[in-house]
Design a protein around this ligand. Structure first.
Ligand code: 4NP
Length: 155
């Protein structure tokens, strides 16, 4: 697995948090050349938007800058350009499987399951408070560290 696409519903809360964390940790470890990382939403309502201010704030509290990221929707070519596409919750994964073209070569799965073997979701924080955004950050951090270990081990 060399390329990974993180996917949630809006691409403004969970998946950009995972993308920003992975870019940050890869750079800190001098491993940016090992992996290609992006994020996208199954929905397109927030296309072009920066992450939600609450997601930016939660990441900033932990030293990660999400502000340059911009939302986009999943596209058919993602299924041949990425080795691994992970959804944050089961609905994301179901939507991804439905969007996948017949020519898809990507492995599609649940983020925490692919990373850690834990069949849990990263819950949608959109209608929740700051604690939910901190919890999303922590879950994404664990997942991303596990993905980087896997990639590093194979390099
Ligand atoms: P995300 O959170 O999927 O983690 O980016 C959401 C963002 C926006 C909406 C729902 C969830 N929305 O309904 O606009």
């Amino acid at each position: 697995m060399r390329s990974i696409l993180f996917v949630c519903l809006g691409n403004i809360c969970r998946s950009p948090t995972a993308e920003g964390l992975m870019l940050n940790h890869l750079a800190a470890a001098g491993l940016s050349h090992l992996a290609q990382v992006d994020s996208a939403g199954t929905g397109g309502w927030h296309t072009g938007d920066p992450p939600d201010p609450r997601a930016i704030a939660a990441a900033r509290r932990r030293g990660v800058d999400l502000s340059p990221l911009r939302a986009r929707q999943v596209r058919k070519t993602d299924f041949s350009e990425f080795d691994l596409i992970v959804g944050m919750d089961r609905q994301n994964v179901a939507d991804l499987r439905r969007m996948a073209p017949a020519s898809s070569t990507a492995r599609v799965g649940l983020c925490l399951e692919e990373a850690l073997g834990i069949a849990n979701e990263v819950p949608d924080p959109y209608y929740e408070d700051d604690r939910a955004f901190d919890a999303v950050f922590d879950l994404c951090d664990r997942a991303v560290r596990a993905f980087i270990e896997k990639i590093h081990a194979k390099s």
